[in-house]
Design a protein around this ligand. Structure first.
Ligand code: PLP
Length: 453
């Protein structure tokens, strides 16, 4: 019988996260304090994060122990299965073996709980009572709602308004796990009121929702903030995906030629990729590809620059590929990929040529997603469809080159709560969208006087 799934036993779950900061051949530029222009210190971050998380954010230690309480929660769905997509391979008819980590098996339906669980845990240990956050598509908000409930913390989620309207079931999931979910921009914060005064119909953006969540944190008691992507500690927690994948691929006696993921803020991609980037830094031949939308092409069209992580300029200045913090992405359906910047670690690795970015428009991504659903059965999240488009592309290249390839990618989540976007695609209401160059030039004016990395 042809093997489809490769499992790890519970006791084979990795006990440590991998921190790529320990292996970077060239140092990363530091985040800067916007007031002083100097590198931010741990103290600058204490208003929004507990010290145990800040220590991980700045850590250069290669391996970081996963606490037992976190492992116990991870075991609810981890180690996640590694699948071979034999039906999709047959459909494509290319000389490739396609393997994927199915992160859709988590209770919230994506990779996001990998980071939400440790964040809730470390906050609990540090004495936090309440957490605020933002969410795009609702995957992060629902993951954090579940995690905070598990550790007895209150949670408020600011959800990008267009997604709040497109995806009511995500709000219901958050409420079921005991959290509050507020459409952003809202009237609850000054940042939200400022946007509404200028744009009463604003669809919202992750940058606006982050500003609201941070303002809520710094004006409330016993409250901290959690970010679901972009920052070093988030990417660290997601490394469990790649570490498990390496063990599973080893069981099969295989090493991938290509490792791929979709990129919003960069966390699931870094999760599967960084253990392989480490191998690449140490001489292994492996191609590593990150797939982003043409409607929000930070890595493929944005400059590498210092920029804020949010619209109200409350975060430190981060060195990253960015479209400008006041860029409001078109309301395409992959809400989780609508962020103006890319994680500093991923940006650094792109700059150093360890990672190849590619951009796909939503028609191509839904085409790949529907092909996947009709062959492999599982319906992917619209975000995940971006990596599927990249997999199709890579398989076609293998055919053209007449080369056999082993492809490994991260299937970041299922789309069962995103069916309205499939409905729009199947009924011909979606269109290809490429961000016009004028819009990029306009958005970049906002950062023209910032320090250059
Ligand atoms: C299923 C899924 N994949 C990918 C992403 C993109 O986020 P990140 O780049 O941090 O992995 C999201 C974000 O919400 C998501 O829900």
């Amino acid at each position: 019988m042809e093997q489809v799934k490769t499992f790890l036993d519970d006791n084979e779950i990795p006990r440590q996260w991998y921190n790529i900061m320990a292996d970077l051949p060239t140092p990363m530029k530091p985040p800067l304090h916007p007031g002083t222009g100097q590198p931010v210190t741990a103290d600058d971050l204490t208003a929004i994060f507990p010290m145990n998380i800040i220590e991980q954010e700045v850590s250069t230690q290669r391996w970081i122990d996963i606490p037992d309480d976190v492992l116990q929660k991870y075991l609810l769905w981890r180690p996640s299965p590694l699948y071979r997509a034999r039906n999709f391979e047959k459909l494509l008819g290319c000389p490739v073996q396609i393997y994927y980590k199915n992160e859709g098996v988590s209770p919230a339906g994506s990779h996001k709980p990998n980071a939400a669980i440790p964040m809730a845990y470390y906050n609990k240990v540090a004495g936090t009572k309440r957490i605020t956050t933002e969410t795009g598509a609702g995957q992060w908000g629902s993951a954090l709602s579940m995690a905070t409930q598990m550790f007895g913390l209150a949670c408020r989620v600011y959800m990008v308004r267009v997604s709040y309207e497109q995806k009511p079931y995500r709000r219901m999931m958050m409420n079921t796990w005991g959290a509050e979910c507020i459409p952003s921009p809202s009237n609850l914060t000054q940042a939200g009121r400022n946007v509404l005064a200028e744009h009463p119909d604003s669809p919202g953006s992750l940058g606006i929702a982050i500003s609201e969540a941070i303002e809520d944190t710094v004006t409330s008691k016993d409250t901290k903030y959690s970010l679901g992507s972009v920052l070093n500690h988030v990417l660290l927690y997601q490394s469990i995906i790649g570490l498990e994948a390496q063990k599973q691929m080893q069981k099969l006696g295989l090493y991938p030629d290509v490792v791929m993921g979709c990129c919003g803020g960069g966390s699931n991609f870094a999760g599967i990729a960084t253990p392989y980037v480490c191998d690449k830094i140490h001489g292994k031949q492996v191609k590593i590809v990150g797939a982003e939308p043409t409607s929000c092409p930070s890595m493929t069209k944005g400059p590498f620059a210092y920029d804020f992580g949010d619209l109200a300029k409350t975060t430190p200045l981060l060195p990253m590929y960015t479209l400008g913090h006041d860029y409001i992405p078109a309301p395409i359906h992959a809400g989780g990929l609508r962020y103006h910047g890319m994680a500093p670690i991923v940006s650094h690795l792109v700059r150093e040529n360890f990672i190849e970015p590619r951009a796909y428009d939503q028609m191509k991504t839904f085409d790949a997603g529907v092909k996947w659903a009709r062959s492999e059965g599982f319906i992917p999240a619209p975000e995940t469809n971006h990596v599927l488009a990249a997999v199709v592309d890579e398989a076609m290249r293998a055919k053209e080159e007449g080369k056999e390839k082993v492809i490994l990618f991260n299937w970041s989540g299922h789309g069962l709560v995103d069916m309205a976007s499939y409905d729009a695609y199947l009924s011909g209401q979606l269109q290809a969208y490429e961000l016009p160059d004028e819009e990029i030039q306009r958005a970049l004016l906002a950062i023209k006087d910032f320090p250059k990395p």
